[in-house]
Design a protein around this ligand. Structure first.
Ligand SMILES: C[S@@+](CC[C@H](N)C(=O)[O-])C[C@H]1O[C@@H](n2cnc3c(N)ncnc32)[C@H](O)[C@@H]1O
Length: 226
């Protein structure tokens, strides 16, 4: 099991610090705050609005604690919106590590506890129904080895940063993300590094630099335009 240290971020929500990588799972300024800003507001809500979607399929690179999945399911419940969610992870967290996350307590949503438990009780590599309109497939694999005939409307790209895992932000993996998207689909990430932006443009994405969550100046949203 990976040795991780729990930490409390600026908004009171927990994250993990990975000492070997010298990297955190979320922004130190606020894990929930970052996830809501980058993935829910700038990713999910924008994609649905822009592409006039009646349902959405989402692929998450770096499932980790399941925080983005939890927030997305709660959004689906609140908006009665059908979501098909696939998350990939190569280092599955232990039950003990998941139990040390305080997202349920911090979110103050009557459905959060049940949803968070169902997300983590669901089997890996099988589709599970988490709530009425929300289906989840957790895939245990390296992204490098992942193959899919299925395409997605939106990608949450939540890998560790390019400083510690540069290969995840280079053309081979980002091309895979491009190929996983439907035409008109969106890719969002908390990262705004120039080399990542240029690689996305080289792949054919239309890229926007947008304000990041508190504590981070910018983030990227890219659209597959062909
Ligand atoms: C920044 S953390 C993700 C945080 C997660 N979305 C959350 O909210 O907890 C990056 C995640 O990517 C996973 N990861 C790293 N390399 C990977 C790879 N090659 N393939 C799949 N997952 C990977 C890590 O184990 C970690 O869980």
């Amino acid at each position: 099991m990976t040795k991780l240290e729990i930490l409390i971020t600026g908004d009171g929500s927990t994250s993990f610090f990975h000492p070997e990588l010298d990297e955190t799972y979320h922004s130190r300024h606020g894990a929930i705050q970052e996830a809501v800003h980058v993935f829910i507001k700038t990713g999910l809500e924008h994609s649905i609005q822009e592409n006039n979607l009646k349902q959405i399929s989402i692929f998450e690179m770096g499932f980790g604690t399941g925080l983005n999945c939890l927030l997305t399911d709660l959004w689906s419940l609140e908006n009665s919106f059908t979501i098909n969610y696939t998350g990939i992870e190569n280092t599955v967290l232990s039950d003990e590590q998941i139990d040390s996350c305080n997202y349920v307590e911090k979110l103050n949503d009557k459905n959060a506890a049940e949803i968070f438990n169902k997300i983590h009780a669901s089997q890996w590599n099988e589709e599970a129904t988490i709530s009425d309109d929300f289906k989840l497939t957790k895939i245990e694999s390296d992204i490098e080895k992942f193959k899919s005939s299925k395409k997605f409307d939106l990608i949450y790209f939540d890998a560790f940063g390019p400083r510690v895992q540069p290969f995840l932000w280079e053309i081979t993996v980002l091309k895979k993300m491009y190929e996983l998207l439907n035409s008109g689909g969106f890719f969002v990430t908390y990262c705004a590094k120039g080399s990542v932006r240029r690689t996305l443009i080289e792949l054919g994405f239309e890229v926007e630099r947008l304000p990041g969550p508190p504590g981070k100046r910018e983030m990227l949203r890219a659209r597959k335009v062909d």
